[in-house]
Write a protein that binds this ligand. Structure first.
Ligand code: GLU
Length: 470
């Protein structure tokens, strides 16, 4: 049952999140690979919302997923398609399968299933459904109980093997004897994941299914359902899990796993994509690249078979690299939003862009950039240690003459630099002595980029007022 002969020429991929929470980092990586693969081949990328777990699916989650996809720039050509709007289609396929004998009604109650499992365990047997309602030549089925709504089960092939050549893991095979007859529709008619996913991927002409390797055990059932339907098989690529910093599966308990949390913390979407791309894929030694570069390289090769490890420090580094390259006007808009959350208003966008240009090299996130720039929009409180260490009696007279000079100069970097230079000469001080004192008073910290450039971005009266506190 190799599927090599079924390779499709027009690539179509999809991401199929279940709306039971935010967009998880693992799903975002799968979405990225699926998207990049489709884009690389000039194909289509589809977004499908797998909302058949009605009890756990929420609109809020759908909204969050769509928002994160949008933020990451993973644009889709079709969708969102909702499974719960396709119930008629699933019912139609089920009717056909019942007709053709590839599916059957099963009236086993949950209590009977529990009892069966206990018996199997007691005998040391593998647990699973025993096919008691599966029709077979010469077999007498149990009497249909009254008032029990049946589930629908797939009549899995009894013999032979399911094999596929996984795009990531290589050849995989499993004997059909290992697999029981899966429930494909619940008693209320809502299909289960393994069935709906096949009907959808078939109807949507999906050619390449990338997903997390927690689904490897589902794939044999799905392949058998494709076969039963006479549908062409897609190729499957199962991506290894992402481990947390501690080597355990990345999970909520171990830090932020929602893409939206990284947006809130001030990571750039292109940096997230860059970082996620490298969690399970490589292109030579390239570490910093754009989505466009990834698309041009991502042909399905060099996918890693082994788990990737989340590395917050590396993500920060990748983000810092993209921050350096980012357009200042764009950063200004992003920083303005971060400042707004702190109730700080930056109304002059041009000025804010200049501030971003000056500080972005020393920041890893937009939030950190906002930490720096907050001093331009709110009073600062230097620490007692900094004041004692840098704003000494030896420097105070120089600060006073600097105030006088600054009151007069043309308010730009060169004028400010000259005022500082003249003050140093007059008071026979070294640059660091005066510059540190100025920084502590005006910026609330002793280290900043070049002091003349930093001051030039303040309003003159703010600088004078802060210096006069000495
Ligand atoms: N709804 C499934 C999930 O979120 C989709 C798996 C698949 O891509 O087939 O895990």
């Amino acid at each position: 049952m190799s599927n090599a002969s079924e390779i499709h020429t027009h690539v179509r991929t999809r991401i199929a999140p279940s709306p039971t929470g935010f967009l998880h980092l693992g799903t975002a990586r799968t979405a990225l690979y699926s998207w990049a693969y489709a884009r690389h081949h000039g194909g289509e990328f589809v977004l499908r919302i797998e909302d058949t777990d009605v009890a756990r699916s929420t609109q809020d989650s759908v909204d969050q997923i769509l928002q994160s996809m949008h933020w990451l720039g993973l644009n889709y050509d079709e969708g969102p398609i909702y499974q719960m709007q396709r119930l008629d289609r699933y019912a139609e396929v089920i009717a056909r399968m019942l007709d053709e004998g590839t599916a059957y009604r099963c009236y086993t109650t949950p209590q009977e299933l529990d009892a069966l499992r206990e018996q199997q365990k007691a005998k040391g047997e593998k647990t699973g459904y025993d096919s008691r309602w599966r029709p077979a030549p010469g077999k007498t089925l149990p009497r249909v109980p009254e008032g029990v709504k049946p589930v629908i089960r797939f009549a899995n092939p009894l013999d032979g093997e399911v094999r596929w050549d996984d795009l990531v893991k290589g050849p995989i095979s499993i004997g059909n004897r290992e697999i029981d007859d899966l429930i494909i529709a619940r008693a209320d008619g809502v299909p289960t994941y393994n069935f709906a996913v096949v009907v959808d991927d078939w109807d949507m002409a999906i050619t390449h299914v990338f997903r997390g390797d927690e689904h490897i055990n589902n794939t044999p059932w799905q392949i058998n359902i494709y076969r039963a339907l006479g549908a062409p098989l897609p190729l499957f690529g199962h991506l290894p899990v992402i481990l947390g910093d501690d080597g355990q599966k990345l999970s909520k308990r171990r830090g932020a796993v929602a893409v939206s949390a990284y947006e809130d913390e001030g990571y750039l979407p292109e940096a997230m994509l860059n970082y996620l791309a490298r969690l399970g894929w490589s292109h030579g030694d390239d570490e910093i690249f754009s989505s466009a570069q990834m698309v041009s390289w991502f042909d399905g090769s060099h996918l890693s078979k082994s788990p990737a490890q989340w590395d917050a420090a590396k993500l920060a580094w990748v983000n810092a690299q993209h921050l350096k390259q980012a357009d200042d006007a764009r950063l200004a808009a992003l920083v303005a939003r971060q400042l707004q959350r702190r109730n700080l208003v930056a109304s002059d966008e041009g000025q804010l862009a200049a501030m971003c240009a000056l500080f972005k090299d020393r920041c890893t996130t937009i939030a950190e950039l906002a930490d720096w720039l907050a001093m331009y929009f709110a009073p600062v409180t230097p620490t007692a240690e900094d004041l004692a260490q840098h704003v000494t009696d030896a420097v105070k007279p120089a600060l006073q003459s600097l105030v006088l000079r600054l009151a007069d100069v043309v308010w730009e970097k060169a004028g400010i630099a000259q005022a500082i230079k003249d003050t140093l000469a007059e008071h026979k001080l070294k640059m660091p002595q005066l510059a540190h004192a100025v920084r502590v008073l005006v910026c609330g910290r002793a280290q900043t980029p070049s002091v003349d450039a930093v001051l030039a971005l303040f309003a003159r009266e703010d600088v004078l007022a802060r210096l006069q506190r000495a």
